[in-house]
Design a protein around this ligand. Structure first.
Ligand code: HEC
Length: 125
């Protein structure tokens, strides 16, 4: 398993821990809200472009719904950027994260451990 910390300037300058509070979110699970989320993730927000598996690239291009299982690397001048699994899997995904942790990652680009997220996700969300 690669160390995705080595892709950021925080290898040299330790990532500041953020004291940002968890956003107060209400989880909507009605079919309209779920459909809207799916539309955004696989459409304009294009989360799937990064968070899908490499072997699913053709399916993503065809507009298919695939698992956001991550595992890809982006080779950048600053090093490899590792894309995490954001499925609800409890061991490999974000199934153990609270709604607040997920909302904080998306709103403030703070990883669940409390560090500032790598710019790749930060710039896109
Ligand atoms: C350009 C690539 C890219 C795109 C597009 C992208 N992400 Fe990410 N995402 C990342 C990377 C890289 C990380 C890991 C950041 C880190 O380790 O600092 C990440 C981390 C996350 C995390 C944090 C997981 C955790 O364990 O704390 C969540 C949640 C997330 N992304 C959701 C999304 C959502 C939702 C979208 C679409 C709105 C999205 N991402 C779009 C690259 C991307």
């Amino acid at each position: 398993m690669p160390n995705h910390f080595n892709c950021s300037i925080y290898t040299v300058f330790p990532s500041p821990k953020q004291k940002i509070a968890y956003p107060d979110v209400t989880l909507l699970s009605d079919s309209l809200s779920l459909a809207r989320g799916e539309y955004l993730i696989f459409g304009p927000a294009h989360c799937v472009g990064c968070h899908s598996k490499k072997e699913d690239e053709a399916a993503v291009k065809n507009g298919e719904i695939v698992a956001l299982a991550g595992g890809k690397f982006f080779d950048t001048p600053m090093g490899n950027i590792y894309i995490p699994n954001i499925t609800p899997d409890f061991e490999t995904g974000i199934g153990n994260l609270s709604n607040g942790e997920i909302a904080r990652a998306m709103r403030y680009a703070v990883y669940h451990t409390g560090r500032v997220m790598d710019q790749e996700c930060l710039l896109r969300i």
